[in-house]
Ligand binder design. Structure first.
Ligand code: SF4
Length: 352
């Protein structure tokens, strides 16, 4: 039932890797950031894909480490005046859309996402206009302007349930921008989905052939796969899900070894949740020495300690701003997702 649409091939501007710090420099920045967070009543909110020292700092300072849905919720509900979003730009924008009264800072505004880049607002709006009978569902990994054009925003932790719900109402869906996640959801739900052809440059590189070779070396390992990966990789999985769902799978499955097909930043929390278990990085298709093919997002890697310190000492060039009229429009589909998610949680807990 699902159909594909063609979009132009995108050349991604790969960022330079951040400077490697000495141990003394790391300690200096950690201490300074801790005291600045207190002084400014600020919270550090980090994505699972950021480097371990950033996640440890978020944890030690009462911040949050999570997927993009929980990051947004935590930022909205905490009582901080300032949020430091260690992740990529759409996460900072989402925090600002939900918390307009808070100052939202990012270590660097240049940290973006191939899905966001690959779905420009003007082309997406024209596509939606050409299919006015479709409900527009966009992944959180999009700009505020693309969200403003949508009926629903979803994250990978709730996409399946929301599409199932829309399908039960008989709605036809425009899905953007991740083609692999869209194909996975269309297969699971049978929904009528018209797909934008975006991709995550990290997950798109996981290779089914290399994964099978690795499985021969570790026959008892369970394979955990994020659904932004190609269908051939998803087909080999013992568990498929969002970052939070994969961490839970590592905790609950009985296997001692796991081959993990998502960004290796997840290992920090996964190892905490599943101590004693062996976590192995799933192989990518290309040359592992380049940013184009390794299991770590080059934009997430831009979130260094030095950049966090700079954002706290001088806001300029770090603050996320979203035009108020645009914010109001982008808030509608985001609030719809959060309300749906809260209702689902209540239903699940009342059934337990
Ligand atoms: S890992 Fe992929 S989806 Fe996540 S921010 Fe990087 S490019 Fe975007």
């Amino acid at each position: 039932m699902s159909q594909l649409i063609a979009v132009e091939k995108v050349d991604y501007p790969f960022p330079a890797k951040p400077k490697v710090l000495t141990v003394d420099q790391q300690q200096f920045y950690v201490q300074e950031i801790k005291s600045l967070l207190k002084q400014k009543n600020a919270k550090l909110i980090a994505h699972y894909y950021t480097d371990p020292e950033i996640q440890a700092l978020a944890e030690a300072t009462g911040g949050c480490i999570s997927d993009s849905l929980e990051m947004a919720r935590f930022g909205r509900d905490c009582d901080a005046d300032t949020l430091i979003i260690a992740g990529v730009k759409f996460m900072g924008e989402t925090a600002k859309i939900l918390s307009p009264e808070k100052t939202v800072l990012m270590p660097t505004l240049e940290a973006t996402c191939s899905l966001d880049i690959g779905c420009p607002e003007d082309k997406f709006a024209a596509f939606c206009d050409a299919h006015p009978d479709h409900t527009v569902v966009v992944y959180a990994n999009t700009s505020a302007a693309v969200k403003a054009r949508a009926d629903w925003v979803v994250t990978s932790s709730i996409a399946l349930e929301i599409v199932e719900h829309l399908d039960s109402l008989g709605e036809k869906i425009i899905w953007a921008p991740d083609r692999h996640l869209g194909a996975y959801i269309a297969k699971k739900t049978g929904a009528d989905m018209l797909m934008w052809q975006g991709e995550c440059i990290v997950h798109d590189e996981f290779s089914a052939k290399a994964l099978l070779d690795m499985k021969h070396l570790y026959p008892d390992a369970a394979i955990l796969v994020h659904p932004e990966s190609p269908a051939s990789v998803v087909a080999l999985a013992d568990a498929v899900g969002s970052t939070t769902q994969l961490i839970k799978a590592a905790q609950t499955l009985p296997n001692s070894h796991f081959i993990v097909a998502t960004d290796r930043g997840i290992f920090y929390k996964m190892q905490q949740a599943a101590p004693g278990k062996i976590l192995l990085e799933a192989p990518t298709a290309g040359n592992g020495a380049t940013c184009k093919s390794c299991a770590h997002c080059p934009w997430m890697a831009m979130n260094g300690l030095q950049a966090i310190y700079q954002s706290l000492t001088d806001n300029s060039g770090h603050e996320i701003k979203v035009d108020e009229a645009l914010r109001q429009r982008a808030l509608v589909p985001l609030d719809r997702m959060l309300a749906f998610s809260a209702e689902l949680k209540m239903k699940i807990s009342s059934n337990i």
